[in-house]
Design a protein around this ligand. Structure first.
Ligand SMILES: [Zn+2]
Length: 289
């Protein structure tokens, strides 16, 4: 197809402006992720709270419950049917840090890897990508106004104290939105969807896992996420989505690109994180039509 010189020039200008914008956004949002990781967010610590105020409260949560869980409801449009918000996305703000304060992190641009700076590793703390990555992904989706319900939980590292608190008091509220799928963004590695979890500490002691998600849904979600080869994890442990078993039809945990969690050697592969973000957006766009 022929294209006029003016149109060609306008198109070139548009493309370079868009690319510039995308590059700027990528740089800015990566800065946000590095900043979240610089806070040691041990459960209930002052620095966990400071991070929440700086990165989550600034976005204006729809609801904050008595435990400090933050909920966002992003509607399709102001007059949309709120019973059609089928996706509940979950992450947690706390980590297994034993001390409070800030820590230094590094980003290797060539390899696209984020980790603790070498001088921090002697402290025997973690990077806290579990679950800074889930937080960051949800923040990106909220900023892009992707319809859904978003829950930032407290106390996940204490066997889901925050999510259990929310479930016990607000199940009816959640059901009023028509929630069907509960998707935790809180699993290590990539290409993996967790289908089986322990529902309680007692189940963990007994070694008794429950299937919280069908293979059909897990594979469908994995395909949107571009996971290949798809790994369905039958040996999941626990994350917040298990607390919503019985409320949502499918409760999963998705691999979001962090590795060696809870260790000083914990690291992030940013390409895997971006794959998760793009895949989640593709899934939402397809599911909401
Ligand atoms: Zn976690």
């Amino acid at each position: 197809m022929l294209i006029s010189k003016e149109k060609r020039e306008a198109k070139t200008h548009y493309n370079s402006a868009t690319k510039k914008k995308q590059r700027f956004f990528k740089k800015m949002s990566l800065k946000d992720l590095l900043d979240i990781l610089s806070f040691k967010r041990g459960t209930g610590s002052v620095t966990e709270m400071l991070c929440i105020e700086k990165h989550i409260d600034v976005l204006n949560p729809t609801f904050i419950d008595g435990y400090g869980n933050r909920m966002f409801v992003i509607e399709k449009s102001p007059n949309a049917d709120r019973k059609k918000l089928v996706n509940l996305f979950c992450c947690h703000t706390d980590t297994v840090h034993k001390t409070e304060g800030k820590q230094r992190v590094q980003y290797d641009k060539d390899q696209g890897i984020i980790s603790l700076r070498p001088e921090e590793k002697d402290a025997n703390e973690c990077l806290g990508a579990d679950d800074a990555i889930g937080m960051w992904l949800m923040i990106q989706m909220i900023k892009r106004k992707i319809p859904g319900i978003y829950l930032f939980h407290r106390g996940e590292e204490q066997f889901g104290k925050g999510s259990k608190y929310f479930r016990d008091r607000h199940a009816h509220f959640l059901r009023s939105f028509g929630v069907k799928y509960c998707i935790s963004l809180d699993y290590e590695g990539t290409n993996t969807i967790v289908t089986h979890q322990f529902l309680s500490r007692e189940d963990l002691y007994r070694g008794q896992r429950t299937r919280t998600c069908s293979d059909a849904f897990a594979v469908k979600l994995a395909n949107y996420l571009g996971f290949s080869p798809i790994h369905l994890q039958r040996n999941g442990i626990f994350t917040d989505s298990a607390s919503y078993y019985g409320i949502a039809v499918e409760c999963v945990n998705v691999a979001v690109g962090y590795y060696e969690y809870h260790k000083p050697t914990e690291y992030v592969i940013t390409a895997d994180v971006m794959k998760a973000l793009n895949g989640l957006i593709a899934y939402c766009k397809a599911e909401i039509q």
